[in-house]
Design a protein around this ligand. Structure first.
Ligand code: PLP
Length: 372
């Protein structure tokens, strides 16, 4: 689905030098390389505070801990997402309240949020799925009206811009109270191991986030709250320092691949290509289409036989996962989510893709799809 080895070859000498510097410096955790990344990321995002951490799942957990959410509090989130988003909600003893997604953007449907709000609701966690923004203007309006926190799961949409109704353009992830990102290798800004970051413009909240991520301490060995241990190591920060200046170029490369797929696959009446919301810049973490009247399993098998990978993100919605059985969500009705889990499929997309590869992939997709 991605070509991380190819991308590494294109930046090898810079990455190798940066890692070598870390090895020689003996600052393996924290230190100047991590600080440099933190500052560079703050300036890229135009955000006041970035708190690097160990991975994207931790970022979400630390965000919810720092907001002081308590067991029994309800958190509104989509069911059509990677499990990490909802898992940390349950892990902290909070109650996930699942809301259906928009059939175009695949992100939480703001028109269905208010019906899910109760006196226990404390936060909304939208997920910017596949690289496209949830409708942040509408979400922030609802959150402000009901005094709810908004934590953006931006693990799949780093580098995206959001054009708000007020006329301002912001980096996605910086609109809610807290943004969370993952640097998992295959993400749009990936390191060579695990990594993540939390960001906010609220200075008091930033202090809490930092404290929670560091064993609940501000001053060494004096622990104010129960926290956790979540750090970005210096080797990963070194890789990110090389890749961050190239993020926009990587996003452009992904968008070019998506344009090609749109052009060729969009010609088939059996394929709905991704919607592009005019309110944000789609950064195509995934290229995900909806199939109409096509045997999806058959297509995957046929493509695999041609050596073409494909993935289903995600085959089972969160509310149907056995891990949430205790929440009695069995009869929850989320028709768009259910439909999408049955008909979406994602094709390879990455920064090193060549047109000949895409032509080959599209030829076989269309050959199968147009069979009957
Ligand atoms: C990848 C991802 C995460 C978790 O990130 P990790 O670094 O793997 O912990 C969370 N949410 C979404 C939507 C993701 O895609």
């Amino acid at each position: 689905m991605v070509d991380l080895a190819g991308q590494y070859q294109s930046i090898k000498s810079e990455v190798d030098t940066a890692i070598q510097e870390v090895l020689s410096s003996a600052y393996y955790i924290g230190g100047p390389v991590v600080s440099r990344f933190q500052q560079a990321f703050e300036s890229y995002l135009q955000v006041k505070h970035v708190i690097p951490c160990a991975n994207g799942t931790d970022a979400l957990q630390i965000a919810m801990m720092a907001l002081g959410l308590k067991p029994g509090d309800e958190v509104i989130t989509p069911s059509f997402t990677y499990i990490a988003t909802t898992e940390v909600i349950a892990l902290l003893g909070l109650t996930p309240v699942f809301v259906d997604v928009d059939p175009n953007t695949f992100c939480i449907d703001p028109s269905k949020i208010e019906a899910a709000i109760t006196s226990k609701t404390k936060a909304i966690v939208p997920v910017h799925l596949y690289g496209q923004a949830a409708e942040m203007d509408a979400i922030m309006e609802i959150a402000n009206k009901h005094q709810l926190f908004v934590v953006e799961d931006n693990a799949q949409a780093i580098g995206s811009d959001y054009y708000s109704n007020s006329g301002t353009t912001s980096k996605l992830g910086t609109i809610g109270h807290i943004g969370c990102t993952s640097f998992f290798p295959s993400k749009n800004l990936g390191c060579y191991g695990d990594g993540g970051a939390i960001y906010t413009n609220d200075t008091a909240l930033a202090e809490k986030l930092k404290m929670v991520a560091n064993h609940g301490q501000k001053k060494k060995y004096f622990h104010e709250v129960v926290g956790c241990n979540s750090r970005l190591d210096a080797v990963q920060a070194a890789v990110l320092n090389v890749k961050l200046p190239r993020l926009d170029q990587y996003v452009d490369a992904r968008r070019k691949v998506a344009d090609y797929y749109d052009r060729v696959l969009g010609a088939s009446p059996k394929i709905t290509v991704p919607f592009r919301d005019a309110k944000s810049k789609h950064v195509f973490h995934q290229y995900t289409v909806q199939l109409k009247g096509v045997d999806r399993d058959g297509l995957q098998t046929y493509l695999a036989e041609q050596g073409i990978p494909s993935m289903i993100y995600y085959p089972q919605p969160a509310h149907k996962q056995p891990m949430f059985a205790s929440f009695n969500l069995g009869d929850l009705n989320l028709p768009v989510t259910e439909e999408l889990t049955k008909n979406v499929i994602s094709f390879p997309i990455h920064t090193e893709m060549e047109e000949a590869q895409q032509a080959f992939i599209c030829e076989h997709i269309l050959k199968f799809v147009n069979r009957d």
